[in-house]
Design a protein around this ligand. Structure first.
Ligand SMILES: Nc1ncnc2c1ncn2[C@@H]1O[C@H](COP(=O)(O)OP(=O)(O)O)[C@@H](O)[C@H]1O
Ligand SMILES: O=c1ccn([C@@H]2O[C@H](COP(=O)(O)OP(=O)(O)O)[C@@H](O)[C@H]2O)c(=O)[nH]1
Ligand SMILES: [Mg+2]
Length: 213
């Protein structure tokens, strides 16, 4: 039987996609800001896009997203992949990369499940690298509880954090392990200060040929 093959919406010849993974509170959002500043990445946080969709007037997904996020569950991938794909298209239309350069997308907090990784790479774009922040749960927990004092996020509480950790171990780490087998992972120890972690991040990606822009 002929196998069906789809062409991704964006060619890896035109855009560079780096997935940015790590447990909740490992520092993805914080380090993303550094990477945007120094490497010209467009930062797309799957969680931020879902939270924006949750409160968007007229969204049919608002209640569903709210429940999934509070329970630390993974929103059905069609929703998240559509948000990411459309955000990439919007960015390319409104803020194209300098002539002769490829647009760089840093996709933060995605893919969190193996089927999302496969679906995204088949339909949107093949990734170049996976940057992984490796951080123990006790460190992530204390960061998240502190973040919860001001974030206003209804998943930054002890009960939701426990559920998010469970989802991360059971569902998201297998994605990292799969990309590891393909030789695509740059793993960084994320327990140091923000500056220390960033130093390791920079060294890791530059070793893979990603340089400041
Ligand atoms: N290296 C670090 N040391 C101490 N606190 C950190 C560090 N990196 C991030 N934080 C803080 O920890 C919390 C979680 O970081 P964040 O970047 O939002 O992580 P993630 O996006 O992976 O959940 C934030 O309040 C952030 O300010
Ligand atoms: O691809 C994704 C990314 C996020 N989420 C949901 O959004 C929440 C928050 O994700 P975010 O990346 O913002 O959390 P962080 O890791 O930064 O704390 C997750 O727990 C999930 O419920 C999801 O369903 N699919
Ligand atoms: Mg984040």
């Amino acid at each position: 039987m002929a196998s069906s093959s789809s062409t991704p919406r964006f060619s890896a010849n035109d855009v560079t996609v780096i997935f940015f993974l790590g447990g909740p509170g490992s520092g993805k959002g914080t380090q993303s800001a550094n990477l945007v500043r120094d490497y010209g990445f467009v930062h797309l946080s799957a969680g931020d896009l879902l939270r924006a969709e949750q409160v968007r007037e007229g969204s049919q997904y608002g209640d569903m997203i709210k429940t999934y996020i509070r329970e630390g569950k993974i929103v059905p991938m069609e929703v998240t992949v559509a948000l990411l794909s459309n955000a990439m298209a919007d960015s390319l239309a409104t803020n194209p990369p300098p002539a002769g350069t490829k647009a760089r997308f840093l996709i933060d907090g995605f893919p969190r499940k193996l089927d999302q990784a496969v679906f995204f790479e088949e339909t949107v774009c093949v990734s170049e690298l996976v940057l992984f922040l490796d951080c123990p749960e006790d460190v992530m927990e204390s960061r998240l509880l502190k973040r919860g004092e001001t974030s206003g996020r209804d998943d930054d509480n002890a009960e939701s954090i426990r559920k998010r950790f469970r989802t991360f171990v059971e569902t998201s780490m297998p994605v990292v392990d799969d990309f590891q087998k393909k030789g695509k992972v740059v793993a960084v120890k994320a327990t140091g200060s923000v500056d220390e972690v960033y130093g390791l991040v920079k060294a890791g990606i530059e070793q893979r040929g990603v340089h400041p822009r």
